[in-house]
Design a protein around this ligand. Structure first.
Ligand SMILES: [Fe+2]
Length: 364
């Protein structure tokens, strides 16, 4: 796979490291970011340095991050049966059908559809994603959701997959396909890895997922750090900030389906699954939203966790530290609202009226 086969952006950028020296006051921050989850070749000129990536900066970060994750998994092994741990590590996902007893699922489903809480929306291409954060305040009005969020088996499997004792961020999520008339192509429909280290995303589907409403697609085994994957990561990192895709330049690398055999990987698997299926995936593995019919939606309880991949300590899982992260997210979103309003625009995750929220999939 020669590097020259990968198309690059048309307009060459100025010599990166040299020009960035003018921004010397930022240097301590950029250096500090090397020890954390920062991934953008574009925003951090050290991460994006072609010279440093030729010397192996990116691949060293990938290898060390995966090694540290392995170490953290040793601490967390008692949380999950060995068979499930092995399947997740080998395939990159876990799938559990009929996850909740029928009565509990029906109560959860009805409760979520009736709920009118604070909804935030992100638009990517022609797709709207609506999310409501299930923090403790919201859960006071949502007993069935609270029972799920505090369910010990649910917490354990998410903690293990997220490789941390703390609670992930959990939301009501509705993906709304084709709801933006002139939005263009949804970038999440391209196969990609979210970042350079293992991360966890999970969905407990409240809707049946069909070929029509854009099932999650995942390349089995693409979570593994094979030699061929590492070579691919190296070549991508050398292109780094000249990669043609803006998401890739920001560290979420894209891959064409035709490249998968070269990495020894199979075709993506689409998870068209019935409601009440729990799907957990390591999104270092290649994944995408599948194409969907315009106007279709899918509703789920969604969980998301991204940790510092260089921290070997899996945390202690105190309730207050988890809630602190929820508060921090809310504060960050509100700050983005204010900043965007000053510019006369909207934040990427902006508020929408509950009446048009995820709880009523018929409303567009
Ligand atoms: Fe993703």
């Amino acid at each position: 796979m020669p590097i020259t086969n990968v198309p690059v952006a048309n307009h060459p950028k100025p010599r990166f490291l040299l020009s960035s020296l003018r921004a010397a006051p930022m240097l301590p921050l950029w250096l500090l970011q090397l020890l954390g989850p920062s991934k953008s070749f574009e925003k951090n000129p050290i991460l994006g340095s072609r010279l440093l990536n030729r010397l192996g900066l990116h691949v060293v970060r990938v290898v060390v991050a995966h090694g540290v994750t392995r170490l953290r998994w040793l601490f967390l092994a008692p949380l999950l049966p060995r068979a499930q741990r092995r399947q997740y590590r080998e395939q990159g996902f876990l799938l559990v059908r009929d996850y909740l007893p029928a009565g509990r699922f029906a109560a959860l489903d009805a409760e979520v559809r009736a709920y009118r809480g604070e909804v935030r929306e992100c638009i990517q291409g022609d797709t709207q994603t609506h999310r409501t954060l299930l923090e403790d305040q919201a859960l006071r009005d949502l007993p069935a959701s609270r029972s799920l969020v505090y369910d010990s088996a649910y917490r354990r499997v998410l903690q293990w997959a997220a490789v941390r004792y703390g609670q992930p961020l959990i939301f009501i999520e509705q993906v709304r396909n084709g709801f933006v008339g002139d939005g263009g192509y949804d970038p999440q429909k391209n196969l990609h890895a979210d970042t350079f280290h293992p991360t966890m995303k999970a969905w407990l589907y409240l809707d049946d997922v069909t070929e029509g409403n854009g099932p999650f697609a995942y390349v089995p085994g693409s979570n593994q750090l094979s030699w061929r994957r590492l070579v691919w990561e190296y070549r991508q990192s050398v292109l780094g900030r000249d990669l043609p895709d803006s998401y890739a330049r920001r560290g979420s690398l894209r891959i064409a389906e035709g490249e998968l055999p070269g990495l020894g990987l199979p075709r993506p698997q689409r998870f068209a699954v019935p409601a009440n299926t729990l799907l957990i995936a390591d999104t270092f593995g290649f994944h995408a939203r599948s194409p969907a019919q315009a106007g279709s939606t899918r509703l789920a309880i969604y969980a998301d966790s991204r940790t510092n991949p260089f921290n070997p300590w899996p945390g202690l899982g105190f309730h207050w530290t988890s809630q602190l992260r929820y508060r921090a997210l809310q504060w960050y979103r509100r700050r983005q609202d204010v900043q965007a309003a000053r510019r006369g625009g909207r934040a990427s995750w902006h508020l929408v009226e509950p009446e048009t929220g995820q709880s009523d999939p018929t409303v567009s």
